[in-house]
Design a protein around this ligand. Sequence first.
Ligand code: CS2
Length: 508
Amino acid sequence: MSAENFSPALLERLPSEVRRPAYDRAALKPGMAHIGVGAFHRCHQAEYTDDLLAKDFGRWGLVGINIRPPLLDDTLGKQDGLYTRLIRQDDEVEARIIGSIARVVDSQDNAAPALEVLASSDIEMVTMTVTEKGYCHIPSNGALDLDHPDIVHDLANPETPRSVPGILARALELRMATHRRPVTLLSCDNIPTNGIILGNVVRTFAERRGRRLADWIEANVAFPSAMVDRIAPATTEADIDTVEQRFGYRDGAVVVGERFRQWVIEDRFAGRVPRWDRVGATFVDDVTPFEHLKMRVLNGAQTTLSYLGVLGGFEHTFETIADPRLARFVRRMLTEETLPTLMPVSGIAPAAYIEQSLSRLTNTAIRHRNHQIATDGSQKIVQRLLNPIRDRLAKGESITLLSVPVAGWMAYLIKASARFGRAWQVSDPFADKIAAIADRIGSDSKALVDAILAIDAIFDPSLAANATFRAHVVAGLDGLLWGDPMGFVRQVCAGPTDARLKQPARSA
Ligand code: CS2
């Protein structure tokens, strides 16, 4: 017989090792909203908010909104917003019920339910995890992509928007027309200068709606940047089974994360602010150094391991990094090439941060699929790989190692094309474009690289034109696409450690 499903009524009967919300949930009032209630949000911002409510109960209940699948009503909704958050480190499991989500709203088919919440005078903070592509910006320059089909739709139908910029602009327009209360829109996605990008796309959209709205936004809305961190892969059936086996109930909304967590937020708000800084978050004047550190080191390592891992036949990050060739490669890449591009961060020694990041990736209980991390690489490689490459090229420093995962990303998408045997299923806004390139060109690495680097939404034209970069990526693609990719990685790693520019080992 299957175990009882989780419900608020079960709260009183949970095993004692499962921690419960330490505040009166019945008194919870919505004060902020979150768009994109996926595993990451439930493991990160919702947990910080739960900590805050326990420490200093206030008006900060969360309304969780999804504007894309999955439906929330089926899982979180049925459980009154409550769910189990597991922290896992190898064999250790620590369970806690998070209570900060007061209500969930499904707005996948129609923006009206989301708009009602976002425009409400109760809501003074809107956080979001809508994935990199949710901002509808051009990755290489951060501008709103006015040719994006959802943006085209929303500019023509501003009252029934589909895109994040369109929904936010409409919500702000409704706020301006009604109570006029200020609001902070806080991006929690891994895009560089995420507050600036969010501000850009919302303002550009609003300007097309009229000067009045644009001016109101200027005076009443803040877009702080933030660095968020905790590894929390998509929940699997196995995670749901783990809760059942260990704690005796079934929770369809369970999330699993690692112990490490970090949240650094730019101290630039409009209206009242949940004092997450009282429960471990940090408010700072400038997030940039933290953001570089996290995206280039931790995310850079994850992305590198995901592409090289798939090419090498590995399923998850922890299995990939257990391969000595890949572990050595990624450590050398981060230490020799990425580290010198980082800005000083007070209190954090970069070399120690690299070691800590690599060690987080070895956690065998965090089953993060390489294909999950590889998803939407076109939206990730700029901040994780291309920006450090640009910084190094500007100083005449070598990019031998950092170019390999760029070629890895290309090989990953090329091998998904019909001409290359559809090795695996991929999900990336540029997948079709790259498959078409692969189908047209076939096996000529140099021609493949030329065609892919010409996609200026991903590759800034000056980087794409750089002869050293091109040569290294061609050599990387040669090595990863044909023959033995792991042998190639080992060979690159066996090469000289000299930091100055060198011609690639196998330049085409
Ligand atoms: C991952 C991130 O899927 C991905 O792109 O690299 O979700 C990563 O796990 C988080 O940024 C960690 O904070």
